[in-house]
Design a protein around this ligand. Structure first.
Ligand code: ADP
Ligand code: MG
Length: 342
């Protein structure tokens, strides 16, 4: 629907997804401070907890937010995909660019939403599955070719997740900003893509202190290029390329952590740079500014052609229900609220 309304303009849709309470949160006697009503409204409640008397836990104040849609913890992966991203996939098939971001604190459900599991694949896999289905339905009117790249921005360094090696250098050429030497895989089937992405995710930078655990400072970007080639009635070649970027952002809780003088604080400062740059770009787009500060970080440079202009942007803010992470949830909801169009 929204392609018709605004063919040339950028459109930002903002969604919230609440994840279920985890076992360890239940065991820590945490209670839910988030309520989702009518699939749109989010109520956040702060409790004052007196450490000496759990029975006197009392409600302090509440706040109410409204988004394009909000998903309760019972929402399925398919539900989230269909509501947030299906229209954008259709637009990309028409030759537009678009991007989908998951934003939120570490543990809030970003990777589950984007990548998911083999049993419950997330937005990345469902988008590609949908793309293949739509292409098959149209296979008579031309040739579609799908290529994938999967990369990471960590500590302002860009790496290829499908072909790990040296950091990649960003260059500006006729097509825009590209990561020189980034591998592109031709994709044929969804199963193969899931395997590729799971493998790529294993290549994400891990915490130095906790092997096997993806760093909360790592941004993962899946780029899907759809090329469409056909001939018109007078046999002229028509070539159309749409690009879809799906981004599992670094944990937002570190965006403001700048008070340490260790290596970690350097990494924190750089995350700060990419997430802050993304926030500035989105705010500038939402406010309709002419100048969008893409140049401020690797992440925003890479996404320059998929954020502004004739692009559609989807933001999914992931939150946890537990009052133990009230502050992070509040920050995420405020951030998402600011990303909405005025
Ligand atoms: P993040 O990537 O934001 O750090 P994860 O996606 O890794 O967070 O989620 C943290 C944990 O919660 C994981 O064990 C994940 O499987 C689980 N989880 C997150 N969202 C959901 C959900 N909607 N349904 C079920 N489990 C979820
Ligand atoms: Mg994650």
């Amino acid at each position: 629907l929204f392609q018709k309304q605004s063919n040339q303009n950028n459109r930002i849709s903002v969604f919230v997804r609440l994840r279920p309470m985890m076992k360890r949160e239940k065991e820590a006697n945490s209670r839910s401070c988030v309520r989702i009503v009518n699939r749109r409204d989010v109520y956040l409640t702060e409790f004052s907890s007196d450490n000496h008397d759990y029975l006197r836990l009392k409600r302090l104040k509440g706040r109410h937010f409204t988004f394009d849609a909000s998903f309760p913890d019972s929402a399925s992966q398919l539900d989230v995909y269909s509501t947030t991203t299906a229209d954008l996939v259709e637009a990309v098939l028409q030759g537009r660019n678009g991007s989908v971001f998951c934003y939120g604190a570490t543990g809030a459900g970003k990777t589950y939403t984007m990548l998911g599991t083999v049993e419950n694949p997330g937005v990345m896999v469902l988008a590609i599955k949908d793309l293949f289905t739509k292409i098959r339905q149209r296979s008579l009117d031309g040739n579609h070719v799908v290529h994938l790249s999967y990369l990471e921005v960590y500590n302002e360094t860009v790496r290829d997740l499908l072909s790990p090696g040296r950091p990649l250098v960003l260059r500006e050429d006729k097509q825009g900003i590209i990561a020189a030497g980034l591998s592109q895989y031709r994709a044929y089937s969804t199963d193969e893509v899931m395997a590729l992405l799971l493998q790529g995710n294993k290549n994400r930078t891990t915490e130095p202190t906790r092997a096997n655990e993806t760093s909360s400072r790592s941004h993962a970007i899946l780029q899907v290029m759809i090329e469409y080639r056909t001939r018109d009635a007078s046999m002229n070649v028509i070539n159309r390329i749409g690009k879809l970027s799906l981004i599992d952002l670094a944990g937002s809780e570190r965006a403001l952590a700048t008070d340490q003088r260790t290596l970690r604080s350097v990494e924190g400062a750089n995350i700060n740079r990419s997430l802050l740059a993304l926030s500035s770009c989105i705010n500038a787009l939402v406010e309709g500014k002419k100048h969008i500060p893409y140049r401020n970080s690797k992440l925003t440079q890479l996404l320059k052609d998929s954020l502004g202009g004739a692009c559609n942007t989807v933001m999914i803010a992931n939150i946890s229900p537990s009052n133990l992470t009230f502050g992070e949830t509040q920050n995420t909801l405020h951030w998402a609220d600011r990303a909405k169009e005025i």
